[in-house]
Design a protein around this ligand. Structure first.
Ligand code: SAH
Length: 357
């Protein structure tokens, strides 16, 4: 990234109507915006000079204010086991983030970051150890997908906003990202194939339900009661389950989308039969009780160097799963992707920063 580009606005942050306004301002016809949008969001072009159906004077004018550059790829790790790829990107201002490409039978998924770092402070998560540096813009979220598609040559089918950051803490940019990635003039990824994960920011969940984006919601639950939840997640001091669970029901009522509960299983903290039974009661106790379409995703905790949480034995996690299944709740154990290049969420970025300090 050149010094010059660093000061410029990212043209990829603009939605089509905004780009149209910019071009009208420059005395250009409106259709020009669609052409440029297509260069940026379909052809994934990163340089105005390659936009061959746009006149040179216009390209030069745009170049004065905006940059079309994509973030720099600093590192790509590829799993020999399942082809999972982990990427480290450097943004315009030098901040570093990570994203992951996972290949499944049902298609390719990209997991993107929504912030540089995070201020939610979940105790087992590496992304939050140094707090929040800044929000990512919508263009920077898009760029992660675009760069991965360019580098890997793979078509991206699903997006999960489950990398570093709390999307509801960056609501405007994350929803702008959702609009743009699902725009028919862009990559046109179906909103049904987009999942957002939140630690449980109630206002955000309710707003997302009201605005009905039609995306899938995942809640990082991690415990069946507030007391245990507070041991793992400081945000549990702000919102209790008595506020969060009704917000989840509201999301389901408004959107009809099946909700996912993520449950990172930590040895001796939330992995006993008693907690599994309590989780059943929590889910069954919701207003829609048996009707709520939900799914529990058990994530064996990924230990990070900085903390001493341990992963329970596989059999212990399976027992937990069986309690849920026995009660008629769908529960899966997350398959670890790219375990040979692994490291918990945010750990790769931390290692990279240390090595390059
Ligand atoms: N801020 C969002 C996205 C976070 S990452 C959220 O809180 O949901 C996606 C999921 O991975 C969350 O459920 C998060 O709690 C979980 N997670 C983060 N670090 C983990 C670790 N080391 N082991 C297991 N799960 C982890």
């Amino acid at each position: 990234m050149s010094e010059e580009n660093r000061m410029k606005e990212n043209i990829r942050d603009l939605e089509l109507p905004e780009l149209e306004a910019v071009l009208l301002e420059l005395g250009e016809p409106k259709f020009r915006a669609k052409q440029i949008y297509s260069w940026l969001h379909v052809k994934l072009c990163d340089d105005f000079s390659e936009m061959t159906n746009v006149s040179k004077p216009l390209r030069e004018k745009l170049q004065k204010t905006y940059t079309a550059a994509l973030p720099e790829i600093c590192e790509v790790l590829t799993s020999k086991l399942d082809g999972t790829k982990k990427y480290i990107f450097k943004m315009q201002d030098g901040h570093v983030i990570e994203a992951v490409l996972m290949k499944y039978e049902h298609g390719n998924s990209v997991c993107i970051s929504s912030q540089v770092g995070c201020r939610m402070g979940c105790r087992f998560c590496a992304s939050t150890l140094d707090g929040l540096a800044r929000n990512l813009t919508s263009g920077e979220m898009l760029s992660q997908v675009y760069e991965i598609q360019r580098e890997s040559g793979e078509r991206v089918d699903n997006i999960v906003i489950m990398g570093s950051g709390e999307p509801m803490d960056n609501y405007e940019n994350f929803t702008r990202f959702v609009r743009m990635i699902s725009d028919e003039n862009g990559l046109n990824i179906s909103r049904r194939n987009i999942t957002v994960s939140t630690c449980g920011i109630v206002e955000g969940i309710r707003r997302l339900a009201d605005e009905n984006y039609g995306i899938t919601l995942a809640l990082s639950l991690h415990a069946p009661n507030d007391e245990t939840r507070r041991k793992l997640m400081p945000i549990a001091n702000k919102y209790s389950l008595s506020e969060i669970m009704p917000a989840i029901e509201y999301y389901f009522e408004k959107t009809g989308r099946r909700v996912t509960f993520e449950y990172s299983v930590v040895q001796g903290v939330n992995d006993n039969r008693q907690e599994a039974l309590e989780l059943v009661r929590l889910i069954r106790g919701m207003k829609h009780g048996g009707k709520l379409q939900c799914h529990v995703n058990l994530i064996p905790v990924n230990p990070i160097k900085e903390r001493d949480w341990k992963r329970p034995d596989r059999t212990k996690i399976e027992e937990f799963q069986h309690v849920l299944q026995h009660a008629g709740i769908t529960a899966t154990i997350r398959r670890e992707m790219g375990s040979d290049i692994s490291g918990a969420c945010g750990q790769l970025r931390r290692d990279y920063l240390k090595e390059n300090a």
